[in-house]
Design a binder for this molecule. Sequence first.
Ligand code: ZN
Length: 291
Amino acid sequence: MRTILQSCLKLAALLPLAMGTASAQDFDDVVINITPVAGGVSYIEGRGGNMGLFVGDDGVFLIDDQYAPLTDRIVAAIRLISDEPIRFLVNTHMHPDHTGGNENFGRMGTVVFGHDNVRSQMLAAEYAEEPPLITFSDDVSFHINGEAVRAFKVPNAHTNGDVFIHFQGSNVIHTGDVYRTTTFPYIDVNNGGSYLGTIEALGVLIATSDADTKIVPGHGGVSNVGEVTAFRDMLVIIRDRVAAAIRDGKSLEEIQGAGLTAEYDERWAGSGRIGGSASMLAAVYADLVGD
Ligand SMILES: [Zn+2]
């Protein structure tokens, strides 16, 4: 218990810097793009995580909200597509590039949902961003615009508050940052993230998808179950290599220097801590040694 509390406190100091709490002028050049996905579902790119957008006669439903200085531009872009009220918003997880607009949307009357741990971790970390107003432990379903939209908790993966949002009629799943098509997974171990849990959560994604499902990642373009399966299989191979190295008595530093991800690095390795090979290997190692 003490360790968990210490982790939360440590995180409070670390994350705002690591994730980049930005001031308004950093956003001047950001352009908001809306890309149709399937049915009434689109995704919105600006800066930060991909947002989900679902429009229809009952109102506008959003997933995540990027950064607070972008809210006006995001709303203006939505208004090109729908004049209906923006009623509900689900946070896929706690990070500021997915929750930064919560306060602004809340003031407009949008009700913000998220997993219990999104709220508790944001409060523990003393984030400037406003946590979700309504939280849930396992899942919550919205019956809106003629279809069921189910947000459900997946195994602890990117953080301990990750949910997928499944548009069951449009056959679209938004994964938050559990799945990103830009880099290796980033495991936020200070917020309960887990590499082994990421493998499990991707298994849930594969099981929930069919060949036609459009998968909207937290960052990057629209994907599909074949790509997710290949990505999951890569993570399994890396896990097994790290496990073998640990059995051989290798230290974390030796593992990070052993080229265990070499054939994947050109496609997947991000340049920094987030999405980089070394931080991912540290997360694998921590899971496997039970640290
Ligand atoms: Zn994230």
